[in-house]
Design a protein around this ligand. Structure first.
Ligand SMILES: [Zn+2]
Length: 223
């Protein structure tokens, strides 16, 4: 499961997350990190990776994923500057808190940006974002509420800047920002060279990715 297998049809990549034994043998979670479970039960197709190359949607030379590979040619399944993970899932799929924390934001907006979304504030200053939740009854929590890991927080949908039903999941080291500041990769960094995010400075903090949190063990497989 730690290997990427890529066939010749890069434009028809099917990406499947296999979460079955994710939490066995996690050996790299440091004390300052948080431990995450998937934001859903079961398996859903991953449609967009987190881009380590530049976390603000600007046009660069490629999309660099968690293992260091440049997968620019995988468009449209991943795109430049994407600061989270997208999984395709039918509207109304239950979404769970990936770690315990306090609900910081429940935003209701049907048409713009992340649409209806939830932000949870976790220990150590990490935040998680669950975006594009469904239009009707998107939230099962309210601001200020304490949630446990695995607690039902809402339901997936297709609100905001979204072209199909999916969940956008993001992790922030620091405050949540809709302009992508503080984003970090929940799968960490496994490239055999320094994480490109480290070079982008305070304006695009995307900080120390992979050093302090690798909460989910290498779960991505491309076939
Ligand atoms: Zn997304």
């Amino acid at each position: 499961m730690d290997h990427l297998q890529i066939n010749s049809s890069r434009l028809a990549i099917v990406i499947v997350l296999l979460f079955g034994d994710l939490f066995i043998g996690v050996g790299h979670v440091m004390a300052s990190g948080i431990s995450l479970r998937p934001p859903y039960d079961g398996q859903y197709p991953l449609t967009s990776f987190f881009d380590h190359y530049y976390p603000n949607y600007s046009s660069t030379d490629g999309v660099v994923i968690y293992d260091g590979e440049n997968v620019n040619s995988c468009s449209p399944h991943c795109y430049q500057g994407h600061s989270g993970y997208d999984w395709s899932m039918t509207e109304g799929t239950p979404i769970y808190a990936t770690s315990s924390g306090t609900v910081e934001i429940t935003r209701f907006n049907l048409t713009e940006g992340y649409g209806n979304y939830i932000v949870i504030n976790h220990s150590g200053g990490f935040r998680t974002l669950y975006a594009h939740l469904r239009a009707n009854t998107p939230f099962n929590v309210s601001v200020g509420e304490e949630v446990n890991q695995g607690e039902l927080i809402g339901w997936s949908g297709n609100t905001g800047n979204s072209s199909g039903a999916h969940l956008h999941f993001g992790v922030y080291r620091g405050t949540f920002s809709s302009n992508e500041v503080n984003t970090t990769d929940p799968f960490g960094w496994r490239g055999n060279y320094p994480d490109p995010l480290l070079g982008f400075g305070s304006g695009h903090t995307a900080p120390v990715c992979g050093e302090a949190m690798i909460p989910i063990r290498s779960p991505v497989q491309i076939r």
